[in-house]
Design a protein around this ligand. Structure first.
Ligand SMILES: Cc1cc2nc3c(=O)[nH]c(=O)nc-3n(C[C@H](O)[C@H](O)[C@H](O)COP(=O)(O)O)c2cc1C
Length: 201
C-alpha cells in the first residue's frame, strides 16, 4: 500500500507553479497506484505555529503526552505513515518559505525522528522517498546565482538529518524571465514529474 504525504507551501494559492507541478506529481503517483492513500498538508491554508517557550518546555520535560507536542506528534506521525513525500517549496529570498521552517522545527525532534549516536546524528525515517518540487524566479542549478541557493541544500540537509536520503528534485526555474521561459520551465518540470513518478510507482 502506497501512502503519499503531499505538502504545499506556496502563499500563492491561485497561480503557484509548485502547487501546479506538485498536483501533477501526486496525480501521476495516484494513477500508478490507485489504492494509494494521500495525506494533504497545506502549510499556508493551515499554518504550523512557530515553536514557543511552552513547546520547548514540553519537549525538554520528557513528557511524551504533553498537549503542547500534539501537533508535532501529528506531523511526525504523517511522515512515518508515508512511503513517498511530495514536498512543494517556492524559493523565498534565496531559501524556503517561513511556513516550511516552522514545520521543520516541529518534525526534527530528538528521540522521535533522530538521535545523536556514537557516530553523530542518526535519522529514523530511513525507508522514505522525497520528491521535492522547487520553484524559483531565477536560475540556481548553474551560473552566477548558484552560490545563493539555500532552498534545495537546506531541504536535503533536513531530510538527510532525519534519515531520508532518497531525494528526487523537480526544478521549476527561471519563471520570472518572462512568459515563454515560464512555459518552458513548466513543460520541463511536467516531463520530469512523469519520469520520476514512473520510477517511483
Ligand atoms: C516573497 C517572495 C520572495 C521571492 N524570492 C525569490 C528569490 O530569492 N529568488 C528567486 O529566484 N525567486 C524568488 N521569488 C520568486 C519565486 O521563487 C517564484 O515566483 C516561484 O515560482 C514561486 O513558486 P510558486 O509559484 O509556487 O509560488 C520570490 C517570490 C516571492 C513571492
Amino acid at each position: 500500500m502506497t501512502n503519499i504525504l503531499h505538502i504545499s507551501s506556496s502563499s500563492d494559492i491561485q497561480s503557484s507553479v509548485t502547487r501546479q507541478i506538485g498536483a501533477v506529481t501526486v496525480a501521476d503517483l495516484k494513477a500508478a497506484s490507485p489504492d494509494a492513500k494521500i495525506i494533504e498538508r497545506d502549510l499556508v491554508k493551515n499554518p504550523v505555529p512557530h515553536i514557543n517557550p511552552e513547546f520547548l518546555g514540553a519537549m525538554f520535560s520528557g513528557q511524551p503526552d504533553a498537549p503542547e507536542l500534539k501537533l508535532s506528534d501529528e506531523l511526525i506521525d504523517e511522515l512515518f505513515a508515508s512511503n513517498i513525500i511530495v514536498f512543494e517549496a517556492p524559493m523565498y529570498n534565496f531559501g524556503i518559505p517561513s511556513v516550511v521552517k516552522a514545520w521543520v522545527d516541529h518534525i526534527a525532534r530528538a528521540g522521535k525522528t533522530f538521535k545523536y549516536g556514537e557516530n553523530g546524528p542518526e535519522g529514523f525515517l530511513t525507508d522514505k522517498k522525497v520528491i521535492l518540487v522547487l520553484g524559483r524566479g531565477g536560475i540556481y542549478t548553474e551560473g552566477p546565482m548558484k552560490a545563493m541557493e539555500h532552498q534545495e541544500t537546506y531541504m536535503r540537509t533536513i531530510f538527510g538529518f532525519i534519515g531520508i536520503t532518497d531525494v528526487e528534485v523537480i526544478y521549476i526555474e527561471g519563471v520570472a524571465f518572462g512568459p515563454e521561459k515560464k512555459a518552458e520551465a513548466l513543460a520541463a518540470a511536467t516531463e520530469r514529474a512523469h519520469s520520476i513518478t514512473q520510477k517511483a510507482a
